[in-house]
Design a protein around this ligand. Structure first.
Ligand code: DX5
Ligand code: ZN
Length: 218
């Protein structure tokens, strides 16, 4: 299966989200990565449902919504209503993760779980068959433009082993500090989806950057 590129619109120009849509739509990018932050789970506030709803009519590609919020169960239906295709919650924000995953799927979305850098992948062992996507945070969540944590490679390999041993079809996504310098090493370790925010949107030619990243990982 081809590797996917998911530009994070957190790094886009918020005064011109139409341009971010054009970049994603007219490049080899596969998904929109959409970071929702509540100022409680992470020390930053980004945007919420109204912004996602506003860009949906301009988009044809998958909406990969990454919730960095406490108690995400409260808003599962709302994110479905504004166009989320994949809804990812944080392991650290869910007391009843299994129930949350079922609730996401009951709405017809794919269910993702994100792990902070300090959270071991082994904690997902008993629920991996229920997860469509694991998002490994390769920075501490809350901000774009941070540097990649090298320990992530080891986590990717461990998670890849777990998924393969269980015969699960879970995708591994890497989020934070992804650039052309680590992309290939990440997919070689077993990652399927690479999120890239500042590397794409702060480059001179974001469409070209998406295309080059996609070519690099095949
Ligand atoms: C961080 C977000 C990331 C962020 C990645 O909390 O989850 O998706 O946008 O940005 P870069 O690629 O700039 O590290
Ligand atoms: Zn994210």
């Amino acid at each position: 299966m081809a590797h996917k590129i998911a530009p994070s619109i957190l790094a886009a120009d918020f005064s011109n989200l139409q341009s971010a849509c054009n970049i994603i739509e007219n490049s080899a990018a596969d998904w929109y990565h959409i970071d929702v932050m509540d100022g409680v789970f992470v020390p930053n506030i980004s945007f919420g449902m109204p912004v996602i709803k506003a860009i949906k009519p301009h988009a044809t590609k998958t909406f990969d919504v990454h919730l960095m919020i406490v108690d995400p169960d409260r808003y599962i239906k709302d994110f479905k209503a504004v166009g989320a295709d994949i809804l990812t919650v944080h392991y650290e924000a869910c007391n009843h993760l299994h129930r949350t995953l079922q609730a996401i799927k009951a709405e017809g979305m794919q269910a993702g779980v994100a792990l902070n850098p300090h959270t071991p992948v082994a904690l997902l062992e008993d629920v991996i068959m229920d997860i469509d996507l694991v998002c490994l945070m390769s920075v501490n969540p809350g901000f774009g433009g941070q540097s990649f944590i090298e320990q992530t490679y080891d986590k990717v390999r461990k998670l890849r082993r777990m998924i393969d041993e269980k015969g699960a079809s879970t995708l591994i996504e890497i989020d934070g500090g992804v650039t052309s310098a680590n992309a290939k090493q990440l997919t070689d370790a077993g990652a399927n989806v690479l999120v890239a925010g500042s590397f794409v949107f702060q480059s001179e030619n974001p469409i070209q950057t998406c295309n080059e990243l996609k070519d690099l990982v095949g």
